[in-house]
Design a protein around this ligand. Structure first.
Ligand code: SF4
Length: 370
């Protein structure tokens, strides 16, 4: 595929979802979705709070019936995150969700019904100045588009499905649109996003849908979402793995950090170990990771097995540890500041991490080290 002439994230339109701006080069945001029954307000609010704590920036709730739609107003009152109502099949549910004060509506063109229904939803959003996500899903594409464009591939059908809804929006002078084109396979999804980014300036919500169980789903999401983001395309992301949604948020943040698109929390560099390793480096790296999991300060920490790459990596980190024979050297700004017995390595290293946080002014983060 010709990947020239892509409209990159700096040049997409800006769409506001509550207090968050998507597109136009604004930071790529992390979204997730609750797994509770939306009509169970207490459980949903509790999960939204957990997601917010994990780093979620926009939350979506499924709205399968009118009772769930009516619960959205109360949920909205009790949460801080912008709230998106996820609508399938019944446009009346979208109208009720809008009435309840949500911050964005997601519709699936593959099942929302005819043009008049879409027009009703768009006009209601227009009156309330709400954005709409046109959420194309590979598993629920319109049959007539499959017949018309299927020979060009599923990615093209996804693009044309989005184009059809965009045309309706544009005829109504409505441009607060975010689009997603999710498939469960990486190549189709990637192709759909790149085709879209060659044609439209609307911001993109990127994800691989139903990516799979935790381990394989993380890999598939990282390759899919990561490769799209790395092309400069994509303004907000959601990781759809079969796992606790807090895990989805964590994976999303790791992707953004790896691509240097956002900074949050500790970046931990650790070597894979080899025959040269003379300390329990894997155990130590895991304990350091667990100890620093709640720290939000953007510091770089290296935990390395030996002198081959240890001092080098530690030089680029705020604080580093380099294993030796049953001992470890603690390295700061390229200089060995301490050598400790393996048994003492973890507490001494964490003390030095605290010192780094203090020196960098992240005093409130020190208490988050476990
Ligand atoms: S840093 Fe040392 S122990 Fe770790 S993988 Fe490289 S050579 Fe092996």
């Amino acid at each position: 595929m010709d990947t020239h002439n892509l409209i990159k994230r700096e040049h997409t339109r800006v769409v506001r979802v509550g207090r968050i701006k998507i597109g136009g080069g604004h930071p790529v945001t992390v979204q997730s979705m609750t797994q509770t029954k939306t009509k169970d307000v207490a459980a949903t609010v509790r999960q939204v709070h957990q997601l917010e704590k994990a780093g979620c920036e926009i939350v979506r709730c499924t709205v399968p019936d009118i009772e769930s739609a009516r619960a959205l107003g109360e949920i909205k009152k009790q949460i801080n995150l912008p709230l998106v109502a996820d609508i399938h099949f019944q446009y009346q549910i979208a109208l009720e969700a809008i009435k309840q004060g949500v911050d964005k509506i997601r519709i699936n063109p593959g099942n929302i019904g005819n043009r008049d229904k879409v027009v009703s939803v768009i006009k209601a959003c227009q009156r309330q100045h709400l954005p709409v996500r046109i959420g194309i899903n590979m598993g629920s594409l319109e049959k007539d588009l499959l017949q018309q464009y299927g020979r060009f591939g599923i990615a093209r059908v996804m693009l044309e499905s989005a184009a059809r809804q965009i045309k309706i929006c544009e005829e109504l002078n409505f441009s607060d649109i975010v689009v997603s084109l999710k498939g469960s396979d990486v190549q189709t999804t990637r192709q759909a996003y790149l085709l879209f980014a060659q044609r439209y300036r609307y911001p993109l919500h990127v994800g691989i849908t139903e990516a799979g169980p935790s381990w394989s789903g993380i890999v598939k999401s990282a390759v899919g979402i990561g490769s799209i983001l790395a092309m400069g395309v994509g303004d907000t992301i959601r990781v759809s793995i079969s796992a606790d949604p807090k895990e989805q948020v964590r994976v999303a943040w790791e992707m953004l950090k790896a691509l240097k698109l956002r900074q949050k929390g500790v970046e931990l560099i650790a070597c894979p170990t080899c025959g040269r390793t003379e300390i329990n480096l894997i155990g130590l790296a895991r304990r350091v990771e667990a100890a620093l999991a709640k720290v939000d300060a953007p510091i770089r920490v290296a935990v390395m097995g030996c002198v081959v790459n240890g001092p080098g990596e530690a030089r680029f980190a705020d604080i580093g540890l380099c294993g030796g024979k049953r001992q470890a050297a603690i390295i700061k700004q390229g200089r060995v500041i301490k050598t400790v017995r393996e048994a003492d390595a973890l507490p001494v290293f964490l003390t030095e991490v605290k010192r780094v946080l203090q020196e960098k002014g992240y005093i409130e983060e020190i208490a988050k080290i476990r």
